[in-house]
Ligand binder design. Structure first.
Ligand code: ADP
Ligand code: MG
Length: 264
């Protein structure tokens, strides 16, 4: 049974894309069949793990041009053109910015991505949707299509700023468009051994309680370098602290998915 997880936070630079890429790769390493859906017009998930930035058809083609979803799913290949086992992507680029506008006049515009992904959901174990830094129509589409939402929080000043608005959006969607939607958890990213980081962990734990994942992603320069080689951290620096953390995190994600599904 495929499970769809949106990675969402309307703040930019909190680690959404880094998490999508490396969680996706780690889950595939664990033997899960994974589809990364790049729903951000910046296309960072696409360029960060593939050479498909200008590939067409892409997500825009499926959303707006009615191209069948099967035609926009690509197996991921590494720099040597070798297929990365069990890892697939629906790529995006700046075209997708048009979709945010063009969808406005489409009937059932909030359900478009769900309609598309439901057709292939059962072909995968996990589908990860990267979303843009806004609460616009693309993020709403991602949340409507999802079983779970995963919220990355950067261990920085104002980490929780805007969170109440995100939670309000999630609750509205749960109430009106997708009863299924649950918060899978909150992931603390870019943690460093500073008082500030520690304060953010405490604040987040006070607010989200056991929704906070035990795994914390450290600030690790390797994680920020890997995308320029279109590599996941496991290819670029497999022994780094970042790789270690995302490997642990992937296990925790699978445990939670099983747990949450069992409760339903
Ligand atoms: P978002 O998708 O939320 O905008 P990104 O994943 O693109 O955030 O991360 C923002 C920036 O921070 C990127 O340059 C990324 O490489 C870097 N980054 C993300 N996570 C880490 C980390 N744990 N350690 C160091 N740099 C990171
Ligand atoms: Mg991003």
């Amino acid at each position: 049974m495929g499970q769809i997880i949106s990675i969402a936070n309307q703040k930019g630079g909190v680690g959404k894309t880094t998490t999508v890429i490396n969680l996706g790769y780690a889950l595939a390493e664990m033997g899960k069949k994974v589809l990364i859906v790049d729903s951000d017009p910046q296309g960072n998930a696409t360029s960060g793990i593939s050479f498909l930035k200008n590939q067409k058809p892409n997500l825009y083609s499926a959303l707006i041009e009615e191209i069948p979803v099967e035609n926009v799913i690509y197996p991921l290949r590494d720099g040597k053109n070798k297929v990365r086992e069990k890892l697939y992507i629906i790529p995006s680029n700046i075209d997708l910015a048009g979709a945010e506008v063009e969808l406005v006049s489409v009937l059932f515009r909030e359900l478009k991505l769900k309609e598309i992904l439901d057709k292939v959901k059962e072909d995968f174990d996990i589908l990860l949707i990267d979303s843009p830094p806004s609460l616009g129509l693309l993020t709403v589409n991602a949340l409507v299509a999802s079983d779970f939402v995963l919220i990355p929080l950067q261990c920085e000043y104002y980490a929780l700023e805007g969170i109440s608005q995100l939670l309000k959006t999630i609750n509205l969607i749960k109430k009106n468009l997708n009863q299924n939607l649950e918060i899978l958890g909150v992931l603390l990213t870019m943690y460093s051994r500073t008082t500030l980081s520690q304060q953010v962990v405490e604040e987040a734990t006070k607010f989200f309680k056991d929704k906070v994942f035990k795994t914390v992603i450290p600030r690790n320069v390797r994680l920020s370098e890997a995308p320029s080689y279109s590599q996941a951290i496991f290819e670029y620096a497999p022994d780094s602290s970042g790789a270690e953390a995302y490997r642990e995190f992937a296990k925790e994600v699978m445990e939670r998915v099983f747990q949450e599904k069992g409760l339903r």
